[in-house]
Design a binder for this molecule. Sequence first.
Ligand code: ATP
Length: 693
Amino acid sequence: MYGRALSCALLSPTTRCTIPQLIRYFARTAAAGAQQDVTTAQLPEISQYFQKALPHQEVYDLSLNNPSAFWGSLARTRLSWYRDFDDVIDCDMTKAKLKWFINGKLNVSVNCVDRHYMKTPDKVAIIWEKDEPGQQENVSYKQLYEMMNQLANTLKSHGVRRGDRVCIYMPMTPLAVAAMLACARIGAIHSVVFAGFSADALTSRINDAKAETVITADQVLRGGKAIDLKSTVDRAVLDCPCVRQVFVAQRTGAPVSMGQMDMPLESEMAKQSTECEPEVMGSEDYLFMLYTSGSTGQPKGIAHTQAGYLLYAAITHQTVFDYREGDIYACVADIGWITGHTYVLYGPLCNGATTVLFESIPTYPDPGRYWEMVERLRVNQFYGSPTAIRLLLKYGDSWVTRYDRSSLRVLGTVGEPINTEAWEWYHNVVGNGKCDIVDTWWQTETGGICIAPRPSRVAAPIIPGAAMRPMFGIAPAIVCPDSGKEFTGNDVYGALCIKLPWPGMARTIYGHHNRYVDTYFKPFQGYYFTGDGAHRDKDGYIHITGASAFDEWTTVLFNSRRRHRLGTAEIEDSMDEHGGSDVAWAPAGCAGIPHPVKGEGVYAFVTLMEDVQKDTDEIITELKSMVKKQIGSFAAPECIQITPGLPKTRSGKIMRRILRKIAANRGDELGDVSTLADPSVVPMLIANHAPIE
Ligand code: ATP
């Protein structure tokens, strides 16, 4: 039915690319399970399009010039619907009115589980890489289907209804994934809170979401240490009048006290059927909300909807990571962050993939953990964070090279800029010089990857440490923060904005729509403002220069007349590149400070390696000369503070607004520091503030 209509009606008048070609482009590497669902049964035999690839540029141009044709055809071929949508897009960025796949009806859990369960019930959906070294458990699509349905029925039988918020505060276990999918099954909105957050942080997130139900576990295991979750929840819910029930799963079996609101999850599930009728959801109903990590301010409860988010997750997962049927795909992010939502769960499962659920930490039992897992599971794609890569680099190559990594094809990073040294190590040592490194830029708000070296069909060059190319449908704009005008040429620095809507974008900050509009759509009229700064280089490739476009630039005078705008990421990168074996310091954090001559100067925070013998004055001189050599003397930090630690969020990101305040000697104006992993760093930094030269 749709096939004929599509190939007639959705030809793009503005590009040379046709819909059958488009289907071929995506079908080439698509997961088998994602192609032949109810609605696509009558499309022309997709396999006939498998043969040749289209040039990336043509497909990308189509996605911008005719987004309705592009996304409409993908939505119909890649998702299963109860009811087809009437229109593809109804968006007005000036008003933050964002609607996709109008009046379509679907269920996300059906797309992620049922259709694969029906075709390949025994295929492994999840490989649970447990905290205990060398221990894995495989969960087939059938097992996931049954677990999800029993959990969905449990929630239903305890009064959870469509639209209710359910807070999930759980370890990285298959039950946690089943809990998210169970919410999707019954139309409840999940709000996953990273199971490392304190009781206070949990309280504020539960109250903001007005969640009545919490799903947790007795304990979480991380790096061999058992940490109580249930007792944290007990303390958190004391101040949550909205909570009426808490389900408690068993991870370690440690005894926990059960109060009136508490119910043991597994025994409740055991009473339930393994079949649960999926709720028929509208495309624009909420799927989940998720709080950002708080690196730039008060965490925001970002809300995503059903169809657009899922489609964007699936397409980006397939194309950025070159996902192919049969691959073992490992994203080691926690499900408490957006990376875990999109690239551990929704993207891979929508594509019928086998996804690894990594419960541990990169250094347990030793710094070879990731690569031993790669060898044992024969992982094809590995997606992690620059923080972890930088950490592992310190331990030397032998922890990597002792394991067989020949299965790896793609290595990804996300979350922060990856400095050149870490990139080279990832590429040369981990990937043996053979894997594509994808530095992926995106945000909780964007739902999925927006800028990454791939997709590109041919072996196009990849620049170390650059996100480079926009994804399908993403139209990046570099905007002058002073005039608000878009820079049209290349070799420009500015605020990173996106000028066209895309299906994966967040729809609101839950319960605070005005804040959503003010934060993302007001700064530059008609654009989505990312909050980040970027440089479009002379070849047109995008480099992220730092989070928070306005604050993380420093405009320094570099000769008597010219000012130069620099990203703090660039300066940090030049300090990280110490080269050779003379490793003395770990990555630095930089902030701009007022400077009487230059306008703005640079204040750098540097942590030293544990066994550093060198004199700190010598290190400071060396660091300055490195920046001078690599960028220019105008960028050399005025001031370098050697510190035992940096203020980091629980997702491992440097909380830069704190560095800025401390650098400016305004340690009394720090604001909310509740999301810091180790708040004791802050007084230490304040006490050791270095005078500006
Ligand atoms: P908050 O919004 O509370 O400050 P956060 O910034 O940690 O939290 P996330 O959505 O987790 O929110 O992270 C998105 C941010 O991470 C981006 O805006 C960007 O600053 C940074 N980031 C993500 N990927 C990259 C990358 N590849 N290169 C550079 N920075 C990146």
